[in-house]
Ligand binder design. Structure first.
Ligand SMILES: C[S@@+](CC[C@H](N)C(=O)[O-])C[C@H]1O[C@@H](n2cnc3c(N)ncnc32)[C@H](O)[C@@H]1O
Ligand SMILES: [Zn+2]
Length: 402
């Protein structure tokens, strides 16, 4: 079988899947290894993304679908590793639909399906992802789980994904174009996500909430609502898992969770307004009197079901994942995070504002908790913290370090 692979490759095991992947050492330049330079994409740095997806879908399918057989479509599959892992590691997954427009990837998916003895449970395509999703849906009906894992943005595939997913299906999305909703390219953010972003001290969180807000609005145009299950920022990507509820009432209740962050570029004042659309403009900063900018629209509510994260942690303890420690650390941080507050502060800003040495985030969180506030760390930034107090109270407490 492998004799048909016409580039340097190796056989690896990831989770329960055995996969033929390009040997990245042969595709390095000046000692730099970049998975995108190989004839077929395989990125070992994305293993936690796949591990966490397997965990989440295992827990959800058990809870939501009982013993019903499940169909998953992953139309940007590269080697197929993600899809094979879903098939082999999640109970009740009956069939996966894998596709890649790269013909070498297509051939590798076929080979990997033989290698894992699952050829009869995999439908493989070699066309554009949107065409594949639409065609498969027409031929086989809609899907329980749709996973979009592209280079860059999931936006070009979102509309079709929403059309081919079932009511209460789970939509999984990856975005690696974080610089756009982070605020590095405000014009690109307007074009791609119809939202306004600039660089702020909390921009990784801003990015995640703009993306989630975009998914919410795209779903709303079909009268669908979203129920976020989990979203996180890790290494170089944002991953989002939402349940799609095909009810107008749910679309309305999802839109009620949209809003804006009002931010002062001069003194870093910030607050959130759950008002969508934003009717007032030219708002003044209550601290320095200058004009505030409205960042968004974005998702203002929580982006995680904490019970689900607890179940994922339990499931993780039974798995032998090599990156278990990193994955556990992320899930624990998210579990303790005040995810209903749509922004955070950083100890670096505090030290700059008050010209004092940087306090530790743990000290700041403890100090606020000691005064009866709710406070937490955040997974977005090791220097970040969240607190349920207004900006004046926060400044006052931090100015005096008590
Ligand atoms: C990030 S990789 C997928 C990685 C894979 N999901 C994993 O977990 O290892 C993105 C893949 O999408 C493919 N691709 C890019 N644009 C596409 C399109 N419009 N339709 C289908 N495949 C596409 C690329 O060839 C590439 O293999
Ligand atoms: Zn101000």
């Amino acid at each position: 079988m492998e004799e048909n692979v016409r580039f340097p490759y190796k056989k690896i095991q990831e989770g329960l899947a055995r996969i033929v992947v390009p040997d990245l050492n042969f595709f390095s330049k000046n000692g730099r290894i970049e998975p995108a330079w190989a004839p077929v994409f395989y990125n070992p740095r994305a293993i936690p993304s796949r591990d966490l997806s397997v965990l989440l879908l295992s827990v959800c399918t058990k809870a939501c679908y009982g013993n019903r057989p499940i169909k998953i479509i992953e139309p940007l599959s590269a080697t197929g590793v993600r899809g094979f892992r879903y098939l082999l590691e999640i109970p009740n997954v009956e069939e996966v639909f894998l596709n890649d427009k790269n013909t070498l990837a297509y051939k590798l998916i076929l080979l990997n399906s033989e290698l894992n003895n699952v050829r009869d449970r995999v439908t493989v395509g070699n066309e554009d992802a949107n065409l594949f999703m639409a065609r498969m849906c027409k031929e086989k009906g809609s899907f329980d789980i749709v996973d979009i894992d592209p280079f860059g943005s999931s936006a070009p595939f979102l509309d079709t994904a929403l059309k081919v997913i079932k009511h209460e299906g789970i939509l999984c999305l990856t975005f690696t174009d974080i610089a756009v909703p982070y605020g590095v390219y405000p014009r690109a953010c307007l074009r791609k996500y119809l939202a306004y972003a600039i660089r702020t001290p909390f921009s990784f969180e801003l990015a995640l909430r703009i993306l989630l807000g975009y998914v919410c609005r795209e779903a709303a145009k079909y009268d669908y609502g979203i129920e976020p299950l989990l979203a996180f920022f890790l290494d170089y990507y944002i991953r989002i898992f939402v349940k799609i509820i095909k009810r107008t009432r749910s679309a309305e209740s999802s839109l009620s969770k949209m809003g804006y962050i009002l931010y002062c570029k001069f003194c870093q004042y910030r607050s959130a307004t759950k008002s969508y659309p934003l009717v007032r403009n030219r708002l003044k900063c209550p601290l320095c009197g200058r004009e505030l900018v409205a960042l968004g629209p974005l998702w203002c509510a929580t982006y995680v079901k904490k019970e689900l994260v607890k179940a994922m942690l339990e499931e993780l303890s039974n798995r032998r994942y090599p990156q278990k420690r990193k994955e556990k650390k992320l899930l624990l941080k998210i579990l303790s995070e005040l995810t209903h507050i749509p922004y955070h502060y950083t100890v670096s800003e505090i030290s700059k504002t008050f010209k004092v040495s940087e306090p530790s985030t743990a000290t700041v969180v403890k100090m606020f908790e000691g005064h009866g506030y709710k406070a937490s760390l955040t997974h977005f930034d090791p220097k970040g913290f969240k607190v349920d107090a207004d900006y004046f109270t926060i400044l006052e407490r931090l100015r005096f370090g008590r």
